[in-house]
Write a protein that binds this ligand. Structure first.
Ligand code: SF4
Ligand code: SF3
Length: 507
């Protein structure tokens, strides 16, 4: 195996025997074959809802920390092959075989990983009834291009198009989320625990949360959010449930400890799910594209998921062991921030806010990521952090205060809500009659998986320059392609983990 699609890949170059994530050689092979089959499906020219669903689900399943169940991956491959209509010979049996030339291969990997992120975000929108043929048309076109001979210029253009389509997809997702559950409101979320038994729900899928809240109503079982589900607490549709009592724990990589101490069942709706410890394996459930071999999976039937088994287990469990008891302020989607826009613009004009720093993206387990906590702490007091994604867990429990009532950490939500950051940045640019690069705005993005690759391509396609990317540059980027990223977009590596630190200084 050679997998280097995430930031934690071994030595920054590639997992070869077993993934840091726990992926085995056999599973990696199955996933490569699935990606190959999806490329063949795209190249076959077939279209239609079934083709698109197979493509979107299949790509999402191969995202880091999403599906560790080889049977599920192999059956998705079989679906793709059936749709192609013949026993296809899969040309791309592993990612490295995409191209002989290192730079071309690097650009194809960048595209493939961006497409995985795009498929994942599109999946979230589709769950809520969203549809945009521009996304699925592009997915098919770009997947097919991976098996073709393309020049570097053509591949750069496809990567930029991936970012542009990504922006449209994130806008669609924003529309679906707010259409279904209302506009997020500024909300205080408690992290302490109650005395009742609880169910912990993690991942990004809001529809799963909705169904769980409905089914746990009046059962005496509380529901807590974890990881990327934290922002759900800000939606009006979920605030009306008394049984949604707060958020438990932190980012995905802490789940092995936090799922254990939660004491009750856990539902993993999407990435990031880890291979569980035995201590909580029996009370872990997956659903949707998430999966772990030997862990129960809850399927959808007629648009509904039945969580009764989870609720029955919860009733027999003790209440969660408290980790901390804080209040987190969340819910700064673009509507809330735009409502505060005049106040923010006045604060900038008066010199009370000197700079905004986008610290969005992913969290991860490496020690070097403490940099993000230290960075947030050391920022001058007249600086405001804009965030989305699980990166926020590095500093959202610090009390960084406010500037004249404007909090110094403006949390727009999940990585799925990165669209809000784009809307906010554009609104600021308009207010100051400049473009995003002309604002007192810096980007210090931390990445882990392929949704972050898509968000990065989206920012580049929108013309954002001088992004600081860390804690380490992608292992699939060759020196030649890095030169292109540095020269064209001013990308900088903070290299916190690799040790070659270029620290972003905000003064
Ligand atoms: Fe390694 Fe990341 Fe691939 Fe897992 S997803 S095998 S950690 S590169
Ligand atoms: Fe986090 Fe996986 Fe990326 Fe959604 S949950 S941001 S790492």
């Amino acid at each position: 195996m050679l997998c280097r699609q995430c930031e934690e890949t071994i030595a920054g170059t590639g997992c070869v025997k077993r993934g840091v994530c726990g992926k085995t050689e056999e599973l990696a092979k199955s996933q490569d074959i699935l990606v190959g089959a999806l490329i063949e499906l795209a190249a076959s020219g077939r279209k239609g809802d079934e083709v698109d669903k197979t493509m979107v689900d299949g790509l999402f399943m191969t995202l880091s920390n999403t599906n560790f169940d080889r049977k599920v991956i192999d059956s998705q491959t079989a679906k793709a092959k059936t749709l192609v209509g013949k026993d296809v010979e899969i040309r791309c049996k592993d990612i490295v075989s995409l191209d002989a030339d290192d730079d071309l291969r690097s650009l194809k990997e960048l595209l493939l990983f961006g497409l995985k992120g795009l498929a994942a975000y599109y999946h979230h929108a589709v769950v809520l009834g969203g549809k945009d043929e521009a996304v699925t048309d592009f997915l098919r076109k770009a997947m097919a291009s991976l098996a073709e001979s393309r020049t570097a210029d053509e591949l750069v253009a496809l990567n930029m198009e991936c970012g542009t389509v990504g922006a449209a997809c994130l806008a669609l997702l924003d529309k679906m989320n707010t259409g279904a559950y209302g506009v997020p409101e500024i909300t205080q979320v408690r992290t302490g625990v109650g005395k009742k038994p609880g169910i912990l729900i993690t991942g990004h899928d809001l529809k799963d949360l909705e169904q769980l809240l409905e089914q746990t109503k009046g059962t005496g079982v509380d529901v807590y959010t974890h990881g990327e589900m934290l922002p759900a607490n800000a939606y009006p549709a979920f605030k009306k449930y008394d049984n949604l009592v707060g958020n438990y724990g932190g980012a995905w990589y802490k789940q092995k400890d936090e799922f254990e101490s939660f004491n009750g069942p856990i539902i993993a709706t999407t990435n990031c799910v880890l291979i569980p410890k035995d201590s909580y394996r029996d009370r872990l459930f997956t659903t949707g594209t998430a999966g772990v071999e030997g862990v129960k999976h809850i399927d959808e039937a007629d648009g509904k998921k039945d969580f009764s088994e989870v609720i029955a287990i919860a009733k027999k469990c003790s209440s969660p062991t408290q980790i901390d008891d804080l209040n987190l302020t969340i819910g700064f989607g673009h509507s809330q921030v735009l409502a505060l826009a005049d106040k923010i613009v006045d604060a900038v004009k008066a010199g009370a806010i000197k700079r905004f720093v986008v610290m969005a993206g992913c969290d991860g387990r490496e020690k070097g990521r403490e940099y993000y906590t230290e960075f947030a702490q050391s920022l001058p007091k007249d600086t405001v952090i804009l965030t989305a994604g699980c990166a926020k867990y590095r500093y959202n429990k610090l009390d960084l205060g406010d500037i004249g009532g404007i909090p110094r950490v403006i949390d727009a939500g999940q990585c799925n809500d990165c669209y809000s950051l784009v809307v906010i940045a554009n609104a600021l640019a308009q207010a100051f009659n400049t473009d995003v690069n002309g604002l007192p705005l810096s980007f210090n993005i931390s990445w882990y998986e392929q949704k972050a690759v898509l968000v990065l391509l989206t920012l580049l396609s929108l013309g954002v320059k001088d992004i600081m990317l860390g804690p380490r540059l992608p292992g699939f980027i060759t020196p030649g392609i890095l030169d292109v990223l540095v020269n064209t977009f001013g990308i900088k590596a903070n290299g916190t983990v690799a040790g070659d630190m270029v620290i972003l200084k905000i003064e």
